[in-house]
Ligand binder design. Structure first.
Ligand code: LLP
Length: 418
């Protein structure tokens, strides 16, 4: 459950009216609920308590340092995927021994930064990468833990852009190559290759593909007599955006724990969306409405530069007025909620049944806490929105909205053009 609720037809985040926040913060803005973030983290932690896993929040879903700090403070580790995320992780005060580092294209400087920080392990995705980590570790006289990311070739039944565990994607290594690496561990004297990592995709609503992938890995390890210390089973747990009926943390744990408990290894989970997705919304304001012979459009001040998921994946995000008019069901009509950007693909929702809204009204785009702000851009030279965190009756601006000056920071006109 999330803490965005209606009381007397007004949307609240925790114990604050969203409309009150909008009096102080210009729209559009992202609004996160601290309580929801922590609640979702704890749900997983509790569900898996029988095997006491390390839960590494996947920062790519939401890397605001206040969000990350909130989770770290409550015991979470972090899954990072770039030098930039590692930098944020350090600012959030994470214990290095709770950081895992994934990604197919880690650069030398990034590897060195992570070794220097003393992370728990790298999830390595190619032989080239292993050699690079070995070179860096040797140069700095360190022993470095590595888990091999295996691509288990399962079909997770989600959007093809967010499928990672099928054989033809760029992620991980096939079983044969993984076997070769485990056999040739001596080639990498500075690496302790003692873990396996899988991540089969995102927004997966059923435990079956996870079970299948885990079984495949266990069969592989058993048949090749490979011993490991860490098993990172990735992230990818789906959430409710509209009519999905995803597995709960409890039901997921009930299906996964029996498979891995007997392995006696340290289990790592890397959830992103499960923790952050329904912990955030995008608050946007209606600029204009217009009716054409074909459609009615509600034009809002948030667009694909702020939240790209609808445009990129045709992802569904529920959109609700922050104050629901009393006669709402009588006036409801089908509308397209669109942004101000010069692209037909710039929409937040299409053909939505919505109570009549007009200029100045506030709308909330739900389920925007994961892959929202982190995927925002400055397209059309639009300053990126603020991020706000609510805690009980208080709220904090955890990232101020950008200004025009921010837009051109770092740009220069060469002398010859002056
Ligand atoms: N671990 C690895 C190695 C990953 O690649 C990802 C996500 C996660 C964990 C976290 O997955 P989650 O628990 O959040 O599903 N932009 C897309 C999602 C891309 C996911 C990329 N990898 C979206 O907006 O749906």
């Amino acid at each position: 459950m999330h803490k965005f609720t209606f009381r007397d037809n007004e949307l609240y985040c925790e114990d604050i009216k969203v409309s009150d926040i909008a009096k102080k913060v210009p729209t559009p803005f992202y609004l996160y609920s601290y309580g929801t973030l922590i609640d979702h983290y704890r749900k997983l932690k509790t569900a898996f308590s029988a095997i006491n896993p390390l839960i590494c929040f996947s920062m790519k879903s939401n890397s605001n340092i206040a969000v990350v700090r909130a989770l770290v403070k409550n015991g979470a580790g972090l899954d990072v995927v770039s030098g930039g995320e590692l930098y944020r992780a350090r600012l959030a005060g994470v214990d290095p021994r709770k950081v895992v580092y994934a990604g197919v294209g880690k650069k030398r400087e990034e590897i060195i930064e992570a070794i220097d920080f003393g992370i728990l392990f790298f999830n390595a995705e190619s032989e080239d990468e292993l050699e690079e980590i070995q070179r860096c570790a040797e140069k700095y006289g360190r022993k470095v833990n590595v888990a091999i990311r295996i691509n288990p070739d399962v079909i997770p039944k989600t959007h093809h852009y967010i499928t990672t565990g099928k054989g033809e994607t760029k992620f991980g290594l096939d079983f044969e190559t993984a076997h070769k690496i485990f056999n040739m561990r001596w080639r990498y004297p500075n690496l302790r290759i003692k873990g396996v990592h899988i991540h089969i995709g995102s927004q997966i609503t059923d435990a079956l593909p996870f079970q299948e992938a885990i079984r495949k890995v266990i069969d592989f390890l058993n048949s090749k007599r490979i011993e490991i210390e860490y098993f990172n089973i990735g992230g990818g747990l789906g959430i409710i955006y509209s009519v999905e009926n995803p597995q709960t943390a409890k039901s997921f744990a009930r299906k996964i724990i029996p498979l891995i408990k007997k392995m006696g290894v340290k289990v790592i989970l890397e959830p992103g969306r499960f923790i952050s997705g329904n912990s955030g919304i995008l608050v946007t304001r209606v600029i204009y409405t217009k009716r054409t012979p074909r459609k009615k459009f509600v034009i809002v001040d948030g667009g694909m530069s702020d939240l790209i998921r609808p445009s990129l994946y045709e992802a569904y995000h529920k959109i609700v007025p922050v104050k629901v008019p009393h006669n709402s069901s009588d006036t409801a009509e089908r509308v397209d909620v669109v942004g101000p950007i010069c692209e037909s693909g710039d929409f937040l929702g299409k053909d939505r049944l919505m109570p009549q809204v007009g200029r100045g009204d506030l709308l909330a785009v739900m389920g925007a806490g994961a892959y929202g702000f982190v995927m925002s851009s400055n397209y059309n030279s639009r300053p990126r929105p603020s991020e706000v965190m609510a805690m009980g009756k208080k709220f904090y601006i955890v990232r101020r909205h950008e200004t025009y000056k921010d837009l051109v920071r770092g740009e220069t006109i060469p002398k010859v053009l002056r």
